[in-house]
Design a protein around this ligand. Structure first.
Ligand code: DGP
Length: 210
């Protein structure tokens, strides 16, 4: 019998919403229950393209806005062969940010629309579920100081939040909004329930494309 494929589970939201913490906890919980699972994080700063992105985020270099948008997308595309292989082998991938961050962040810049921003990511593996960790910019600001990286300002994050609220209306994507203002454990429980359902249902479905 062919091995059942893993699920592609994506976590999205503004900075400080708890995505990284929740991705790690979910992977741990899945592994402990005997389900193969791995975490992937975008941008992947380890590749050559990722290093260009990292320098840009750290404000060590400046890049034209369209150019950096395409680099973020290329950074996702370069991992596609590995992602597909892992999914086919039955490993569930828990992904910290994906194409939706690309759209929400770039379209928060003047002169960019959601439609143009989505184009370079069309054809990427489609997540079986995208969990939107919803946290108001005011609550996010209370969690801790923003760092020094580009985009880490309340004004920019508010624009990003509004863009996410538009994106989650797209019925072609399986969005699940999660109240990220709850305790870490409550959010984790909520995310685990949705993830287990998704793993069970997606194994009988073909992996789609964005
Ligand atoms: P993180 O390593 O998760 O803190 O992400 C780094 C920053 O980059 C964060 O502010 C979100 C932003 N970001 C993530 N993906 C994209 C993308 O595809 N495009 C743009 N413009 N920004 C992104």
């Amino acid at each position: 019998m062919a091995c059942k494929r893993g699920a592609l589970i994506v976590m999205e939201g503004v900075d400080k919403a708890g995505k990284t913490t929740q991705c790690k906890k979910l992977v741990e919980a899945l592994q402990q229950s005997g389900r193969p699972a791995e975490m992937i994080r975008f941008p992947d700063r380890t590749t050559t393209i990722g290093q260009l992105i990292s320098a840009y985020l750290e404000k060590k270099s400046d890049l034209e806005d369209h150019t950096v948008h395409l680099l973020f997308s290329a950074n996702r595309w370069e991992l596609v062969p590995l992602m597909k292989k892992k999914l086919e082998q039955g490993t569930t991938l828990v992904v910290d940010r994906y194409a939706f961050s690309g759209v929400a962040f770039t379209s928060a810049k003047p002169g960019f629309c959601l439609d143009w921003c989505m184009k370079p990511d069309v054809g990427l593996p489609k997540p079986d579920i995208v969990m939107f960790l919803r946290l108001s910019p005011a609550e996010a600001a209370l969690r801790s100081q923003f760092g020094e990286e580009r985009y880490e300002t309340s004004v920019f994050q508010s624009a990003v939040q509004q863009n996410f609220e538009q994106l989650i209306k797209d019925p072609s994507v399986n969005w699940q909004a999660i109240d990220a203002s709850q305790s870490v454990e409550d959010v984790h429980e909520n995310i685990t329930t949705h993830s287990l359902n998704t793993i069970n249902t997606s194994q009988n479905l073909q992996l789609g494309e964005l």
